[in-house]
Design a binder for this molecule. Structure first.
Ligand code: UD2
Length: 302
């Protein structure tokens, strides 16, 4: 992607900021972010930060201006928060998406949107193809399903060029460490402090962990590929058990931390893994960072 007018919503957040850094040297990058969970420090100096709200029509229209490509990463990302406050999730994740799509319709921008594996709920089998029925188990999943469907519908109804990317378990540098962090962050922090790593349940549940730089690559391919109105899984097509993950993190951290087991987490999905054949065929996407390498890098830099 070069010489393009780009808007990144949520560009002060984990994935959006990583994307902004990747694009800012060769493109004109604007970030729209209310900095409620993201931070201005994460935004590259050469990008224009517009502090605004994706739920506000004027904010979105102003920030989008005459963008050619929009990456819509702004979201309320916590599943548990969405369970506690479905209204907040709907507002940011659905209303916010609608404002972005409406503004894009005015300037005919191409829109790449962050969807989620959460739309599948408990899958019948893994790896999960995009044709798997959607059956979300949280307001967050339902809201991402609405985003995913709006993206398709805006292409069908209005001819808008949209691509929805269904992220699996994303990890990597810059991911915030808090109560809503992914398991990798939590385990790394514990291993670093020689505190026990708590595995929920028997630990034989599996996940497809995808590095944020591969997510960034998928976004760039989606922005430039000759496709529209499509949705794609973005993962690695590989899965590990949480037990294996815990061992890997303890080993690479050279930590004395113990691995302990606790009650299974309520509503936890047993197995999750992306079938990435569609994105591989349509867009030439292949993951480039193995989980081992990703973890080695995180251990080395933090
Ligand atoms: C991830 C995403 C979510 C959504 C979903 C799609 C994160 C933080 N969440 O939820 O946004 O996309 O995938 O299905 O990326 N675990 C432990 N110990 C801990 C923490 C977690 O054993 O201290 C287990 C947990 O029970 C689960 C696995 O690790 O089986 C992954 O948990 P997670 O919270 O990182 O992510 P997940 O898959 O629930």
């Amino acid at each position: 992607l070069v010489d393009t007018d780009v808007l990144i919503t949520g560009g002060a957040g984990f994935i959006g900021a990583r994307l902004a850094h990747q694009l800012v040297d060769d493109n004109d990058v604007t970030v729209l972010d209310d900095c409620s969970s993201g931070t201005p420090r994460a935004v590259p100096d050469d990008a224009t930060l517009v502090r605004g709200d994706v739920r506000d029509e004027a904010d979105v229209v102003d920030a989008m201006d005459s963008a050619d490509i929009v990456f819509h990463e702004a979201a309320l990302v916590s599943i548990s928060q969405s369970v506690e406050d479905p209204r907040a999730s709907h507002d940011r994740n659905v209303r916010g998406t609608l404002e972005v799509l409406e503004a894009a319709r005015r300037c005919d921008a191409r829109v790449v949107l962050a969807s989620s594996a959460a739309i599948y709920g408990h899958p019948d089998a893994v790896p999960i193809p995009e044709t798997h029925p959607a059956d979300p188990t949280s307001p967050y999943g339902l809201d991402k399903l609405a985003l995913d469907e709006y993206a398709r519908l805006y292409h069908e109804l209005y001819g808008l060029e949209t691509v929805a990317l269904r992220y699996f378990n994303v990890y990597g540098p810059g991911q915030p460490v808090n109560d809503y962090s992914g398991v990798i962050n939590i385990f790394l922090e514990r291993a670093r402090n020689d505190d026990p790593l708590t595995v929920f349940g028997d630990g034989e549940q599996t996940r497809d962990f995808v590095h944020v730089d591969d997510i960034v690559r998928a976004n760039v391919l989606a922005a430039t590929g000759d496709v529209a109105g499509e949705a794609y899984n973005v993962g690695t097509g590989r899965r590990v058990t949480i037990n294996e993950l815990a061992d890997m993190i303890v080993r690479h951290s050279e930590s004395d931390a113990a691995v302990v087991h606790d009650e299974p987490r309520e509503g936890d999905i047993r197995h999750s893994c992306a079938d990435i054949s569609k994105i591989s065929e349509h867009l030439g996407y292949e993951p480039t960072i193995s989980l081992e390498d990703g973890i080695r890098e995180l251990v080395a830099t933090e």
